[in-house]
Ligand binder design. Structure first.
Ligand code: MG
Length: 365
């Protein structure tokens, strides 16, 4: 691996020391703990953009996380940095997401407005640090510092001050590892590309509308220029496939160039660089932003999605108000002394779409 990668040797280790595994390195072990967690299994029934029960062909939080992991591993391998760490961070990055996607998170944040708010990034960290209860010697998964740091992509300064060593980089304005930076951009590649695909499959975005994105239309022209593909769905698949390939290729090359040009040698050079070293070239940054803009204008606020968002708001609000008066129905393992609101937020955030809906239907009867 390159000298600026995170390794077991330069790792800050685990909060609670454990004997090394004879079979796996520390980051592979972190990954396995995430895969065995309850929060990871529940991602299968959590909304990405389309509510889970809208159809079997759309992405869920689980398939999204797997796509992010796959892209992150590919980029890390080409950059010769720590593929295992990148995979671990990617699989865990959305563990703290509420049911019903961003609408659910906005609603829960609203409910928690006077009690410290709700941030899904911080919630992912709470899941791996505290809420998973599987091991005899500690709460949470006791992950390495580098996995935890990668999971906490954003954090308000107020919360950063409460997090000790892990929050310090937000105060000092330092960067995360390259592996965490890779996951961040892989997330952006994955959701933009799969949302274009899901948007098309749902008939909300048709081929003409996709072709309004310059990047799509460039790749589309290349795909159809062979004249061999007649099926429109295959043309769209191949176009998105080519876009994804070009984005991955660009971010790998642009980042390696930046690392070389700035003579980055080790992990402390990475942390002290002042901005992220994993970046798209400027033209590709613009291309990806144009996709995002299109999705925002034509998919994320489409009637079908907005209807779901409204429903999500009422479900989350109603559940929150219900449990405030029925604390005895919140499972014991979520209870925190003198903080009923946080206990409820943790409980609701962990629910799947269908479980939240089931309870909502019961209490609204
Ligand atoms: Mg994500």
């Amino acid at each position: 691996m390159n000298s600026y990668a995170v390794t077991e040797k330069n790792s800050r280790g685990r909060a609670i020391a454990e004997p090394k595994s004879p079979l796996r390195n520390d980051f592979q072990r972190d990954r396995d703990r995430i895969i065995h967690s309850a929060a990871f299994r529940r991602l299968m029934y959590k909304t990405q953009v389309f509510v889970n029960h809208e159809g079997d062909m759309f992405r869920t939080r689980l398939s999204h996380s797997l796509e992010v992991a796959q892209i992150s591993r590919g980029i890390s391998r080409s950059m010769d940095i720590n593929e295992d760490l990148a995979e671990t961070i990617a699989l865990a990055h959305d563990l703290g997401h509420t049911p019903f996607g961003h609408a659910g998170q906005d609603a829960l944040n609203q409910c928690m407005k006077n009690y410290g708010g709700f941030e899904h990034n911080l919630q992912s960290l709470r899941v791996v640090d505290l809420l998973e209860k599987r091991y005899a010697n500690f709460d949470g998964l006791n992950l390495t510092f580098e996995s935890r740091e990668g999971i906490l992509k954003h954090c308000s300064l107020k919360n950063a001050r409460l997090l000790g060593e892990l929050g310090q980089r937000f105060i000092d304005k330092k960067q995360t590892s390259l592996e965490a930076q890779v996951v961040d951009l892989s997330d952006a590649i994955a959701y933009n590309m799969h949302d274009l695909d899901d948007g098309y499959r749902s008939n909300i975005l048709d081929l003409d509308s996709l072709n309004e994105i310059e990047f799509f239309s460039e790749c589309h022209d290349k795909v159809v220029s062979s004249g061999l593909i007649k099926d429109e769905q295959i043309v769209v698949n191949e176009t998105i496939r080519l876009m994804t390939y070009r984005l991955i290729d660009d971010v790998t090359k642009a980042s390696l160039e930046l690392i070389k040009a700035n003579k980055i040698c080790d992990i402390s050079d990475v942390r002290n660089f002042g901005k992220n070293l994993v970046q798209f070239s400027e033209p590709f940054d613009r291309k990806l932003k144009a996709c995002q803009k299109k999705l925002r204008a034509n998919l994320y606020h489409h009637n079908r999605i907005e209807m779901m968002s409204k429903k999500a708001h009422s479900v989350i609000e109603s559940l929150f108000n219900y449990y405030i008066n029925k604390m005895e129905q919140v499972p014991d393992n979520y209870l925190i002394a003198n903080n009923n609101q946080r206990s409820i937020a943790d409980y609701i955030a962990g629910m799947t779409d269908r479980f939240a809906l089931k309870i909502y239907e019961k209490i609204e009867k």
